[in-house]
Design a protein around this ligand. Structure first.
Ligand code: PSU
Ligand code: MN
Length: 304
């Protein structure tokens, strides 16, 4: 084990005994949602993973250490400090460790830390992707390259249509990342179940997805896997409504001249405000749904 990692006893025991462990990111807590809904979401997500037979391991950077498994106090701190916490992607990881800054991990850095700890599964809300207007600013989330090289299975509800979804899917294809639909033939677009983009693979059961992951591991193929699980039907938002809101938020961001690592948190906040919290409720519910399916895939995998 890398000497910069601290595992909780529960996570360590599970890993030693080949039991399913599911990693969780912390940027979704500090930068993805407002307080106190963010900390409630974080705790309940862990609970759902336990109810489904796996051990949750929320990851963050604290006091120069990679913490794998957090206490309720840790979760509360990350949630309350919100955007004062440093958002840590691959680029930022070494500096935040060296300077002992409080850091929240994105999909990319959570994958790195999970992989270092020997955790194979990771549940989140949505992954980063190719931003709209890519031709101008070349903003592509480091999450996509990480999926191309780090062997962790990421269970999400797809990507928000704040992103350029067709290009996001193309990028993943170029990097050789399997994007597997769970009970969907289309890439889900986070708040909605459809994007109009057909997936190359989809399965109806978590057992079949676990088998595909096992085969990938047996082949020694490098890189991650993206499992996409659509938001439950009755939680999904109206497509035209949410796409209108997103369009407004993207235009507002361009006017405000926001870019780089601030882009995603800016858009997430603007969308919550513009929907009077309706998007927040949908966001929280899709994370719970991902926790359930992600834990089930992990449990099925360890039975193979
Ligand atoms: N999308 C969401 N919620 C989030 C994020 C993305 O719906 O909280 C966060 C994740 O941590 C993701 C990160 O890894 O934003 C991507 O940021 P960027 O585009 O700067 O790579
Ligand atoms: Mn970016």
């Amino acid at each position: 084990m890398n000497h910069l990692i601290d595992l909780t006893k529960e996570v360590q025991e599970a890993l030693e005994n080949n039991k399913p462990v599911v990693a969780l990111e912390s940027t979704i807590i500090s930068h993805g949602m407002p307080y106190p809904q963010n900390v409630e979401m974080a705790k309940k997500t862990e609970e759902i993973i336990r109810e489904n037979g796996a051990v949750p391991a929320t990851i963050a950077i604290m006091d120069g250490r990679i913490k794998v498994g957090l206490t309720e106090d840790d979760l509360e701190l990350l949630a309350k400090e919100g955007r004062n916490v440093t958002k840590v992607s691959r680029r930022d990881l070494a500096e935040v460790i060296a300077m002992k800054t409080l850091g929240a991990t994105t999909v990319a850095s959570t994958m790195i830390c999970a992989n270092l700890a020997g955790i194979k599964f990771f549940v989140t809300g949505g992954i980063g992707g190719v931003h709209r207007g890519y031709e101008e600013h070349m903003d592509v989330s480091a999450d996509l390259d990480e999926l191309g090289k780090t062997d962790v299975v990421v269970i999400s509800a797809g990507a928000k249509s704040i992103l350029d979804l067709p290009r996001t899917l193309e990028y993943l294809e170029t990097k050789g990342v399997p994007v597997i639909g769970y009970q969907t033939e289309e890439l889900p677009a986070f708040f909605t179940r459809e994007s109009g983009l057909k997936l190359a693979s989809h399965f109806d059961t978590t057992e079949d997805i676990a088998k595909v992951i096992k085969a990938k591991h047996d082949l020694g193929l490098e890189g991650g896997t993206s499992v996409v699980n659509p938001i439950p039907e009755d939680e999904a938002l109206d497509k035209d409504y949410i796409n209108g809101v997103i369009q407004e938020a993207v235009e507002q961001m361009e006017k405000d001249g926001v870019g780089g690592k601030e882009a995603t948190p800016y858009l997430l906040k603007a969308i919550v405000e513009k929907t009077d919290g309706k998007s927040l409720e949908a966001n929280i519910n899709l994370v719970y749904n991902n926790a359930k399916i992600g834990a089930q895939i992990a449990v099925d995998y360890y039975k193979l």
